[in-house]
Design a protein around this ligand. Sequence first.
Ligand code: H2B
Length: 97
Amino acid sequence: MTALTKLEIEQRLLRLPEWEYYDNAIHAEFEFENFKDCFSAMSRIAFECEALNHHPEWTNEYNVLKITLTTHDAGSVTDKDFKLALAIEHIVEEEED
Ligand SMILES: C[C@H](O)[C@H](O)[C@H]1CNC2=NC(N)=NC(=O)C2=N1
C-alpha cells in the first residue's frame, strides 16, 4: 500500500471536515451524548476495522472518542485510512441521530 502525497491527503480531507492531517496520520475527535452512545459507536467501528483489516489508535474518555489513523506498513497515510475514516463517519452520523 503506497503512502499518499500531502496534496492527495489534503484533497481527500475536503470531504472529511472533522479530520486533520499531521504527524503522518489523520486525526478526529467525536463527542457523543453519553458514554453508552460513544461505546456503541466504538463497537460498530471495531467490526468495520476487522472487515477492512485496518485498525485505529484511539482513546475514549466518557463521551469523547479520539481517533488517529495511519498505515504502519507504509509509515504514513494510505487509501486504507480514508476507507476506514469514511466508514467511521457513517457510523458516527447514525449514532448521533
Ligand atoms: C497483517 C495485517 O494485514 C497488518 O498487520 C495490518 C493490520 N492492521 C493495520 N492497521 C493499521 N492502522 N496499520 C497497519 O499497517 C495495519 N496492518
